[in-house]
Design a protein around this ligand. Structure first.
Ligand SMILES: *[C@@H]1O[C@H](CO)[C@@H](O)[C@H](O)[C@H]1NC(C)=O
Length: 194
């Protein structure tokens, strides 16, 4: 009897102390692996991991690291690049005199203005409302504008925005995959993207 109650106490003690000792270690180990697990399900693993790792901890702190944070971080990374692209395309537009290129760049200015001013803020507000379908529709609308900008530039045989257009498309695909792993809120149906 005595021995068995001693071993019970010992077991409880071991179990409790292992909780104290193991959980901080597990948290540290789980954090990168949640990023990796999530990114494995997206079409651009390396870009996904590098984007999430470079933005997450600095913006949210370790306690806010979750899948919703990943989706928001991806959209914020698109916003940073798309805003820089919009400034860049304005500069390139001023420098070019060839008519065809100016027409293409003018259309890219319209596309990136819509991405930065309308679609990204709406997609971010959809994340806040748990409207995953709205986020996916927004990501797809953004990617389509980047593709259309790229196609117009390509028609001039030289795209000065190729890297940015590709990056925006890839991050949109990542964002659309990530929101698949979030619960969908009941109220949804933002048809304004369609
Ligand atoms: C957007 O990101 C891509 C990939 O990192 C980069 O090559 C491009 O220069 C960026 N665009 C701007 C305007 O900073």
């Amino acid at each position: 009897m005595k021995l068995s109650s001693f071993s019970t106490i010992l077991l409880i003690h071991l179990a409790t102390s292992s909780i104290y000792f193991i959980s901080p270690i597990q948290c540290t180990l789980n954090r990168p692996s949640l990023v990796e697990q999530t990114c494995r399900k997206t079409p651009h693993y390396n870009l996904c991991v590098s984007t999430l790792k470079s933005h997450l901890v600095s913006q949210h702190g370790p306690s806010r690291v979750n899948i919703e944070g990943f989706a928001r971080t991806t959209l914020q990374a698109i916003a940073v690049n798309a805003s820089a692209t919009l400034k860049h395309v304005h500069r390139v537009f001023e420098q070019r005199s060839d008519k065809q290129m100016r027409i293409a760049l003018d259309s890219c200015i319209a596309s990136y203005t819509k991405i930065v001013k309308v679609l990204l803020p709406e997609a971010i507000s959809c994340i806040n409302k748990g409207d995953n379908k709205g986020v996916k529709a927004g990501a797809s609308a953004i990617a389509n504008l980047a593709i259309s900008c790229e196609n117009k530039c390509m028609a001039t045989n030289n795209s000065p925005l190729r890297d940015s257009n590709q990056y925006v498309q890839n991050l949109c695909a990542i964002a659309a995959s990530i929101v698949n792993y979030l619960p969908q809120a009941h109220h949804q149906g933002l048809h304004r993207f369609l």
